[in-house]
Design a protein around this ligand. Structure first.
Ligand SMILES: NC(=O)c1ccc[n+]([C@@H]2O[C@H](COP(=O)([O-])OP(=O)(O)OC[C@H]3O[C@@H](n4cnc5c(N)ncnc54)[C@H](OP(=O)(O)O)[C@@H]3O)[C@@H](O)[C@H]2O)c1
Length: 330
């Protein structure tokens, strides 16, 4: 029998620019009229979800809304020949959780071309420990490792205890790279246990960085925060270094000059997981399921249910969380 109701987090605007979050019972038939209905078993919390959950119109235009840019579960109904009932699947990004009801609910209904079949080597839970953060770290690692080998020197990872940062630290260390983890948090054990060779305090990194170009220290960098930190990373990489850029939690601005590019041949590569084409998307998930699946996966997350998610949303906005937050929808 088809499901009729399900539980979901609902973000509502109760007065102008004042938002509440509640767990509500919703009707499956009210989900958008897309081809594939999925019973969500796990989701995860990403920075973008917290923006959606607090009324950021750059992420979500209209409320009431259910955030959650990540979902993994089982297909319950499909009108598409490419997706079969009973298949285990992953859906991340596109418009999920932005303006399409997302993974912070027990059901989603999405277009068939958003659906990734669960790769062998991952289950629903593991895929959501990675989630968009792990996928974005994977895209960053993929771009970096096209050019840089472990022998070329240290790789800097910024926002290192965050979702994307911690995943990048762990994957790079697993692949044999020497990782320098940049963090604003005092506890360094979390990062060294993930494989970081050293932890650089954020305030030291930003001291004395005004020069147009700095001493070359790193072969490359995975930046997750933007602003002065990204600018300093670009100015601090060696000849032909590669820097990836995916986030803006510190700032969307980039106070830079052209010298790192014209004097050292540095490349700054953008990462956009939302519009990643399906071919590369599938390849990244397969790598996460196999050669990038690191041993400490079980140590990088905390699990919560929909009720516990509320507090985690406030924490991620303050940069207080470490690693990943897995959301169990059972
Ligand atoms: N382009 C894409 O496709 C894509 C995909 C996923 C995420 N993102 C973006 O990537 C960024 C990180 O996402 P996330 O999910 O990893 O977020 P997160 O879990 O909140 O991690 C961000 C980390 O950045 C550091 N940080 C926080 N505030 C900071 C500040 N003011 N200055 C410097 N560092 C600060 C903190 O780490 P430390 O305390 O260790 O420094 C924090 O844990 C976000 O901007 C997100 O929107 C982009």
């Amino acid at each position: 029998m088809d499901p009729i109701t399900y539980k979901a987090m609902v973000v509502e605007e109760i007065e102008k620019n004042k938002f509440t979050r509640q767990i509500r019972e919703l009707q499956v038939h009210d989900l958008p009229d897309n081809d594939v209905l999925i019973r969500v078993l796990y989701s995860s919390l990403n920075y973008k979800d917290a923006l959606s959950a607090t009324g950021n119109r750059g992420v979500t235009r209209a409320y009431p809304h259910t955030p959650g840019i990540d979902a993994a579960g089982m297909v319950v109904e499909s009108r598409s020949p490419s997706v079969q009932k009973g298949e285990k699947v992953i859906v991340t990004s596109y418009d999920l959780g932005m303006n399409t009801r997302g993974g912070f609910g027990q059901y989603i209904r999405v277009p068939a071309d958003w659906v990734v079949k669960m790769p062998q080597g991952l289950d629903e839970k593991e895929s959501m420990i990675f989630g968009t953060a792990g996928f974005t770290a994977g895209m960053s690692v993929f771009k970096l490792t096209q050019t840089l080998t472990p022998r070329q020197g240290d790789i800097l990872v910024t926002g290192a205890t965050g979702g994307v940062g911690s995943m990048a630290v762990a994957i790079l260390a697993h692949l044999g790279y020497s990782v320098m983890a940049l963090s604003g948090k005092p506890d360094t054990g979390f990062l060294t246990r993930l494989g970081a060779k050293a932890v650089l305090p954020r305030k030291d990194f930003l001291a004395d960085t005004a020069s147009p170009i700095l001493k070359p220290r790193f072969a490359g960098a995975v930046d997750t925060v933007g602003g002065d930190i990204l600018a300093t990373a670009v100015k601090s990489v060696k000849q032909d270094g590669i820097v990836t850029c995916c986030g803006n939690v510190a700032s969307p601005d980039l106070p830079l000059n052209v010298y790192p590019f014209i004097l050292r041949g540095v490349s700054l590569l953008g990462i956009d997981s939302q519009h990643c084409p399906m071919g590369l998307r599938t390849l990244i998930w397969e790598k996460l399921a196999r050669e990038w699946k690191f041993q400490g996966l079980a140590r990088i997350y905390e699990e919560t249910d929909l009720h516990g998610l509320n507090g985690k949303i406030d924490q991620i906005l303050k940069g207080e969380l470490k690693g990943r937050t897995l959301v169990n929808l059972n």
